[in-house]
Structure formats: C-alpha cells, structure tokens
Design a protein around this ligand. Sequence first.
Ligand code: GLN
Length: 535
Amino acid sequence: MAKYLIVTGGVVSSLGKGITAASIGRLLINRGLSIRMLKLDPYLNVDPGTMSPYQHGEVYVTDDGAETDLDLGHYERYTGQPTSQKSNITAGSVYWNVLHKERHGDYLGGTVQMIPHISNEIKERIRSLESENPDVILIELGGTVGDIEGLIFLEALRQLGTDVGRDNAMYIHLTYVPYIKAASEVKTKPTQQSVAKLREIGILPHILVCRTEVDLTDEHIEKLSLFCNVPKECVIVEKDVETSIYEIPLVLAEQGVDEQILNHFRIARPTKPLKDWQKLISVIKKPKGTVKIGVVGKYSELQDAYKSIYEALYHGGYAAEYKVEIVKIAAEEIEENPDVLKTVSGILIPGGFGSRGMEGKIRAAQYARENNIPFLGICLGMQCAVIEFARNVCGLTGAHTTEFDEERGEKTEHPVVCLMEEQQDVTEKGGTMRLGACPCDLKKGTKAFEAYGEKKISERHRHRYEVNNRYCEQFEEKGLILSGRNPDIGVVEMIELPGHPWYVATQAHPELKSQPVLPHPLFRDFVAASINHGS
Ligand code: GLN
C-alpha cells in the first residue's frame, strides 16, 4: 500500500515549499522508492491555464496536456519523474466536480456538504494515484496553515491519515524561523503558533523543516522540539543556500530527512550518496566561466513568468560547467533600439500570448540572424523567427500571425502563422489549444537532429497557432530549414538557419523537460554555442 507524505506550510508563504517537497522526493527516489507527487491548490480557479503571469507565474504543462501550477516543474526537475493531470488539484476543480455530480443527481437527494462531500472528493482524487502503485505519494498543500480556503484541504488530509492508518501517513510542516535584527534573536514563536493551528485541526506534524536566514543553535532546536512536540532529530534546519536551490536535496540528506521518513514508514533501504547532485553542486560552485544570455520577453520584470526557461538555461550552463547570467530584456524596449542585444552572447525568445512587445521580439530574431548570434526561439519565439524571415528574407511585406489580426484591426496579407483551419494541406482541423506531448520527426543533418541524437522525439506543447504550410516552399527556397515536422498532422515543429553558428527554433516547450542533472539537449547546445560566440 502507498505511504502518504504530506507537506504543509506555516507562518508565511514563499518559503520554497515546492522546492523542499521536490527535494524530499529526490531523496526518496535515491533510496530506490517509486514516488508520485501532487500539489493541492486551494484557489477557486479550475486550473491556472487562464491566470495571468502576474498572478501565478508560468503555467506548467504535463505530457498529458494539463495546465498546472509551476511547482510541478520543480517536482519534475528534482525527481525526473513526470507529473500528470492527476498531479494538480485545485479547489475550483473539486467544487466543479461536486456541483456537477449534484446536478446529475449522484447524491440521491442528500444535502451536499463540505464534510463529507468536498473532503471525499479531495481524498478520492488524491487516492486515484494509488492505481499507479507508487511506494510513496508526496502531497504538497499550497498556501499557509490558517488560510480560510485551505481549511477543507487540511481537513481532508487529516482524514486521509486516519483512513490509511497513522503508520502510513506522515506530516511534514515547513515553517519560518525569523531572526529579529534589532534584538539579535531567533524567534520560535511563529512556528509554535503555526503548529498549534495545525493541531487544532487534528494534524500532528512528525517533521519540522525550519526555513531560516541564520544557523539555529541546539537551544533553538530543543525549544522547537519541546513546544511543537517533535523529536529533536526531526527538527530540520533549511537555512538559505548561498549558491543554488539545487543544494537543498543535499542539505536535507545531511540531516537525515530520508532516514526519518523511512523509519516512520518502517521501510528498510540502504543509504546512498547523491553522487550526481554532489557533482552538480561542485560545478555550480566553481564554474569555468560566465556566459550572458538575453531573454527577450514580455514579463521580464517578473521572477516566475519564465521559470522553466530560466532553469533550463542554467542547466545548459551546467553541462558546459559554465554559469549562465540571464539578462532579462523587455521586448518593448528593443522595438526602437536593439543595441542592448550587443551585450549578450546568445538570444532566447520565450513563448507568449498577446501582441505587446511582438515587434521587439521580431527585431531580436532579425538581430540574431544578421549578426550570427546564437538564437533559440520557443513557441511564440519560433513564430517571431518565421515572421521575421518572411518579411526580411522572403520579402513578404507585412507578414504576420493572424493571432493579432483583431487587436491590430487588420487582416494580415501574408498570414505566415495562423490557425490550422486557416491553412491547407493539414490533415486535422481545430482552433483549440494544442496541449501536451506531441511527436516530431527530425531531419538528419540538422542542428536539431545533432542535439537530440535521434529522429523521433516528443515535446510538450501549449499553443493555438502554427506555421502556415502554404508558405513552406517559399521559406525553403530562401534557405530556411524546416528541421522538424509533426508526423501526424504535418505541421512544422522546428526550424533552423544554415550557415549560422546556431539558430534553432521550436514550436514546443522543451524547457519543461530539462533537469539540472540531465540538461535538455537544445538548451545544452544553445548555451554551448553562446559560450563559443562569446569567447
Ligand atoms: N500565442 C501563440 C499561440 O497560441 C504562442 C503560444 C506560446 O508561445 N505558448 O500559438
């Protein structure tokens, strides 16, 4: 039977609960256990697919096409274990299901209530992962203990512990232990109160993970242990790391978190050093050099809007033992003047929706092409590269994507990027989002093929618009290489430029599959080309 490991957060948000949960996941995998991870989000949106990056950061897409919370990105990056539709449960989707069942008469005239109907729905959705037979199901609850909307989730998690038996459930509470400068003192009181709040609901945490900016003394640990009713060896200190968030698995392993978990579940597995992670951290701490990569986006002022892109770039750097310095460039800024691009050794245009900054991105693609600067276009980034090539190489004045026709109040004369139903020679129709894993066949002898090292690949998608097949002949005549095609629906998946050091673009989101210990081949080769260009 699956064991349940439940991670809650206290005192404040933004403590890095996702990273801590993912790091624990890594430790369990390292002990030879199979795991599934899932995130409970107490907000009322059905999924984060329609939420603004200002509100929610990036939308992370799974192989099976779910639009999910970005914490799932941490889970995959740290554990290498793919997530799925089942890995993200929002309050909105829970209420939605229950209300549908109510309208359908499934409750046979009964009064529909928070307990048991909502709590049961949450538990059923969690427990559906048992059919995949993992050793451990690791659950992260979003938000902070004490949030009104999180209450029913805590209740469901409490019940879950009773349902599966106390030996099969373990609760980990991530908390904040502040250092008050004026008093030169570490304060344990917020943690005591947060644990008291959990106990009020009936959850008794087994492990405390204390986020802190300073070292905690034995005295602090004893105090936390006494007041929070947690054995001393289960009070774990997660101090801010100096170099990289990828140090966290090592920090937790050093304090024996995995040992405590295995003891609780009465599972015996030998300890194993995290060799690949130790190597990774030594590379991160002593890079051979630094390379500057410009990311030309719409949300450059936000930390999380391009989370997976930034991480994948760092991973590409690790492969070359280099530090990637990301230069966040607002696309609108370079509409007038692309000179800021002179300072970078590689240019990346990420995915996006909406026309703001579009001309700046197209300008950046042109700059990279004309000045032989390594370039990686992702989704909208590839569409920008195609539009630029159509306008400036094929002479198709006014070439554009039909995505912004309405916003611009005009119909583009050369719709080089459009919806599938707006073009011919494509076997499938449909104007809805292409979501999740899609196959792609690569042309031999291309940079794409060289990177992946195989002909048949699969990457995740999240977009509506495609390169218009009607223009492909013209593009190829003028030298554009269509290096990847979808074998099922015939659309262009990847392009590149010959005679350029490295100019590759993809309709997919390869950044979603990159891991620090297994950098994505496109990011690896793009960063390597950028290092070459800069030296
Ligand atoms: N807006 C574009 C489309 O829908 C690109 C989407 C993206 O970059 N994810 O096709």
